[in-house]
Design a protein around this ligand. Structure first.
Ligand SMILES: NC(=O)c1ccc[n+]([C@@H]2O[C@H](COP(=O)([O-])OP(=O)(O)OC[C@H]3O[C@@H](n4cnc5c(N)ncnc54)[C@H](O)[C@@H]3O)[C@@H](O)[C@H]2O)c1
Ligand SMILES: [Fe+2]
Length: 382
């Protein structure tokens, strides 16, 4: 598969995919009367050349973009409040998220907050907050610059409490972007570590979505193809990136996020506590845990693992071969095999197990888990 032109896909929203697609942003804004956008990004992306070029192009078209980049790597509520203050103070009429999952989450939460002014966590999906999301929201556009979370096509934002670091989920179909500019050229300079960690997040989304117990063949088809594309591209994207490997990782990460409407599973529940407790990057936390989580899932899912193995073109078509593939893939992209190599200590295990059993992702895992199962998995990976 090669991407040498821009294609339009309309599932789940309008996606303009291909090299250079982000250059269409200015004309789109003008056509839709959106000449006063708030651009939400992070402080690193705000300094990159492609970002400066996007701003310069908007300026040329007389679009006055306000930039908000004061966000945390695992975003918190006060980031969202500050960004909304900026939206209000400068009388904006659209929100554009440009960045990785963190920036896109903050952008999406600002989109919610503009016309929903109760405490942000009143809208927490886990406590039924979606029912309060009833007002219109500003025009929302996303431009991903990492290939991992797929948040550009998502309808939820993960935002943590400033003090407790507990993660809340803001969810509503209203929070889906109106248009996504997915431009692989923006990901060309991603450093190897971020490429590896975000790429493994994308692989985890596709694998967990495929295995998740909710019946959803549409998402399963997407997930299997996502797994196949990542297997062709991730090692190259990390070690000797070219436009094709970057394009493949960007489309596969977007596919993972479409697929995980079906649900996630054990690996995300193992990973989330590492970010809450130790501030571990989300993708890295998934990457280290995925071989162990998949090993746990084999029993009872033999048929599905056979299909995953076939998709990966492995010699042995079974779950054990998939687990071995995952360890080998981590080695090739310089991801450690053990939790102790990413700062986890024996003393963390009990707290991690408490957080994991309370996590929202595992109820959709094909095999149910107890707190003991989580403890056992952490100890095995330690
Ligand atoms: N909403 C969802 O459904 C969902 C799902 C999973 C994760 N998340 C959230 O997403 C976040 C993780 O997102 P992520 O993995 O994209 O990481 P990220 O947004 O933290 O970005 C990783 C790093 O890469 C840098 N970066 C981004 N684009 C770059 C580029 N083109 N070139 C060079 N550097 C670049 C960033 O500045 C940052 O330092 C977490 O906060 C997590 O909670 C959200
Ligand atoms: Fe994820």
């Amino acid at each position: 598969m090669t991407f040498n032109q821009i294609y339009q896909y309309n599932f789940p929203t309008t996606i303009r995919f291909g090299p250079g697609s982000s250059k269409e942003l200015g004309d789109y804004l003008l056509k839709n009367g959106l000449a006063k956008p708030l651009i939400v990004t992070d402080a690193t992306v705000a300094q990159l050349d492609f970002f400066k070029e996007i701003i310069a192009d908007l300026k040329k078209k007389k679009i006055s973009a306000e930039i908000f980049s004061d966000i945390h790597k695992n975003p918190v509520k006060s980031d969202v409040y500050k960004g909304t203050d900026s939206y209000d103070a400068t009388a904006r009429n659209a929100v554009i998220g440009i960045g990785g999952g963190a920036a896109l989450d903050v952008a999406r939460a600002i989109v919610l907050r503009v016309n929903h002014r109760e405490d942000l966590f009143k809208y927490d999906d886990l406590t039924g907050g979606e029912v309060y999301i009833t007002n219109d929201v500003p025009h929302f556009i996303t431009i991903p610059t990492t290939a991992g979370t797929g948040s550009e096509v998502g309808r939820s934002a993960v935002i943590a409490d400033d003090e407790t670091h507990q993660k809340k989920i803001l969810f509503s179909p209203r929070l889906l972007a109106k248009i996504v500019y997915a431009d692989p050229l923006l990901t060309m300079e991603l450093p190897p570590f971020i490429t590896a960690a975000t790429g493994m997040d994308a692989l985890t989304h596709n694998m967990e979505a495929y295995l998740a117990k909710t019946p959803h063949p549409l998402c399963e088809g997407i997930a299997l193809e996502g797994i196949s594309i990542i297997s062709q591209a991730l090692t190259k994207a990390v070690n000797s990136p070219d436009q094709e490997s970057r394009s493949k990782m960007l489309i596969a990460s977007l596919m993972g996020a479409v697929a995980f409407q079906k649900g996630l599973g054990v690996v995300h529940s193992l990973a989330h506590p590492l970010s809450s407790l130790l501030d571990t990057h989300h993708g890295l936390a998934n990457a280290v845990n995925i071989p162990y989580g998949m090993q746990f899932n084999i029993e009872g899912c033999e048929h599905k693992f056979k299909r995953v193995a076939r998709t990966l073109e492995l010699k042995e078509e079974n779950g054990e071969a998939v687990v071995k593939y995952l360890f080998d893939l981590n080695s090739k992209i310089n991801i450690p095999h053990k939790l102790r190599d990413i700062g986890v200590k024996q003393g963390h295990i009990e707290t991690l197990a408490d957080l994991a059993i309370a996590d929202f992702a595992h109820p959709n895992n094909p095999k149910p888990l107890t707190r003991e199962d989580f403890k056992h998995l952490y100890l095995k990976a330690l």
